[in-house]
Write a protein that binds this ligand. Sequence first.
Ligand SMILES: Cc1ncc(COP(=O)(O)O)c(C=O)c1O
Length: 370
Amino acid sequence: MAMGKRVKIPIAEPIIVGNELAYLKECVKTRWVSSLGPFVKRFENSFARFCGVKYASTVANGTAALHLALLAAGIKANDEVIVPNMTFVSTANAVVFCNAKPVFVDVCKHSWNIDPEKIEEKINKRTKAIIPVHLFGCPAEMKAINKLAKEHELFVLEDAAEALGAEYRNKKAGALANAAAFSFYGNKIITTGEGGMVTSNNKRFIEKVNLLKDQGKSKKRKFYHTVLGYNYRMTNLQAAFGLAQLEGIKKLLKRKREIAKHYFDLLSGVDSVRFQEVPKKAKSSYWFISVVLEKPFPKAAQAAKKLAKVGIETRPFFTPLTKLPFYRTKERFPVSEYLYRHGLCLPSGVTLKDWQIDFICKELKKLARG
Ligand SMILES: Cc1ncc(COP(=O)(O)O)c(C=O)c1O
């Protein structure tokens, strides 16, 4: 189908077709709008069940989830935490919020996730944790990472912000390490507007998260705060929305995987298009179906401009963190830097129609022809 000039294929759109409004109405009717309402616990319980973990704790956003998880893991000033260089900035910022130091590791050429082979050389006496990120929903190589962590007694926190529903060796993201952090920002697998979740099988750890997100408030004595805490709570309104979203997760993931397959089928014959390689025995959530475009394609920024002209919205990969002013270093991270120059995230929302994918792939192939 020909695309009119004003038609635009968005990179992602939330899908809101379930009980969202009904649950929100319940909040309004009962007047439970802040964080004490019943939807908070219901959302946490359903989420923990879905991920196959014992505990889940709602929080204000994904960045807060990472921050709280690191604090609950005992990360403090002068500790070092290993993070991939190709990720959203929050992964490293959360480390700095604990006054600790993020130590960057390059990603793997094929999976675009932290390269387990490059982790060990960055471990020293100050290293306390590793944050593998499941980039674009593709699970990191958790077996190798957990093995290294065990050898060096490190805490492993999954940054699963983009990976709700992803699987690795028959376990869901969120259940693959000591703890995990999720985001429910508007473009994520499910959304609460803004929101996040921490998951873990460790009761004491989750109790710490619960204490820290709620101003360090004593349960026994009013206005008594046992530790320095934060207001990182999720509201009942957000949790109501999140619960309704989670009810639709199976259908949503099914459609995500169909969309990915459609892209693969249409582009698999094009040598110069590389997809993210999902590890063995793993399934991606396909948060963003992304490609690396090699010659004869133009560089990603130019390709994005040309696709925008025909109404296709794309996004660049994350700027490698060591290219940001506050994390800049002289050390080179060739894989992240290459991916940044050549990588593009394609429209991946579940509202995407098959004919739109046909059109996107046709336009991509045109780009290779110059
Ligand atoms: C990998 C990763 N980590 C952390 C976050 C932070 O989540 P939020 O935007 O909810 O704070 C995001 C989301 O943008 C993300 O993609």
